[in-house]
Design a protein around this ligand. Structure first.
Ligand SMILES: Nc1nc2c(ncn2[C@@H]2O[C@H](COP(=O)(O)OP(=O)(O)OP(=O)(O)O)[C@@H](O)[C@H]2O)c(=O)[nH]1
Ligand SMILES: [Mg+2]
Length: 297
């Protein structure tokens, strides 16, 4: 399956890039700087959820550009966006414990399944813990992704399922443990406390090993993703973000805003629902998908 032709990020990001590039047509078609409609440029970035601070910096970068306004401006924008986003390229390596957290429907289970398949394919012994004991059908959904791996399930307190799973993984010599959790909203205090307890179990059983805390986000919700980053970080150590559903949104600029505000690494992008639809985040690919000439144009 990994040999399949992979979806090109440019086509995945086409809704965001299409909107931005249409809004920026006064710049791309300009013969002189007088032709540029700066207000529309800014408004377009805000509509794509790039955020005010990052939008301002992008506009400053355009204003600072001294080259040929006709053709060179796209290359300049690609270079600027790559430089800005490069520090947030975060590689998520197969780790002893990876905990997936996020609001309902943000893609925790799907992302876990994609990474289990990827790392299993690379030869790792993957163990999956079904820590979502809340939603009816959650374990069945996870089982579909977990057919090739050992899995711990249970009912009731997810902390005890995690305990059982970590012990089983150790006995089994599994080197990668992936923990699914129930979706929760940051204002659900009881569920957030439950998450802290669950994390406490990981710390207790695996004190020597680093735990990757992956916050999955749904790019289609735009600005709401920022509140989620802020609040989940208060509950568990979030080590990086995975931005899902990049394939279905015109708000893909949220990635720039999230990096700008919170400085967390982006572990990857979800670009569809199937097993191979995960991409590591590469700043230059993202910048290129956003600013280069649309295919066929
Ligand atoms: N288009 C698209 N759909 C996705 C992506 N990631 C997940 N989905 C879909 O989004 C829906 C929710 O995904 P789940 O993985 O169940 O999300 P979750 O966070 O585990 O949800 P809960 O367990 O209910 O909290 C499913 O229909 C997935 O197929 C993505 O990158 N692109
Ligand atoms: Mg789930």
């Amino acid at each position: 399956m990994w040999n399949r032709v992979k979806t090109n990020l440019k086509s995945v990001l086409s809704r965001t890039a299409g909107g931005v590039q249409q809004g920026w047509s006064s710049l791309f078609k300009a013969k002189s700087w007088q032709d540029v409609d700066w207000d529309t440029l800014e408004e377009t970035l805000l509509l794509a959820d790039v955020g005010t601070d990052a939008a301002e910096k992008l506009l400053d970068a355009v204003k600072a550009y001294k080259g040929d306004i006709g053709t060179g401006i796209r290359a300049h924008l690609i270079q600027h966006t790559t430089t800005v986003m490069k520090p947030f390229e975060g590689a998520l390596h197969p780790s002893p414990v990876v905990l997936f957290v996020g609001v309902n429907g943000s893609g925790k289970t799907t992302t876990l399944g994609k990474l289990a398949a990827l790392w299993g394919h690379q030869g790792h012994r993957v163990h999956i813990i079904a820590g979502d004991t809340f939603r009816a059908g959650a374990t069945e959904q996870l089982s579909l992704w977990a057919k090739d791996f050992s899995m711990t399930t249970g009912q009731g307190d997810p902390a005890s399922v995690v305990y059982k799973g970590l012990m089983a993984a150790q006995e089994n010599n599994d080197d990668v443990v992936l923990i699914d959790t129930a979706g929760r909203l940051p204002n659900q205090v009881g569920l957030m406390d439950q998450m802290k307890k669950l994390y406490g179990v990981i710390q207790k059983l695996r004190p020597e090993q680093s735990c990757q805390g992956v916050l999955t986000l749904d790019a289609t919700v735009g600005q709401h993703a920022l509140v989620q980053i802020e609040n989940f970080q208060k509950c568990v150590p979030v080590t990086g973000l995975i931005m899902n559903k990049m394939d279905g949104t015109a708000k893909g600029g949220i990635l720039i805003q999230a990096c700008h505000r919170y400085g967390l690494p982006i572990y990857g992008l979800g670009v569809g629902e199937s097993v191979s639809d995960f991409r590591p985040f590469v700043a230059s690919d993202y910048a290129d998908a956003l600013w280069s000439t649309p295919e066929g144009a």
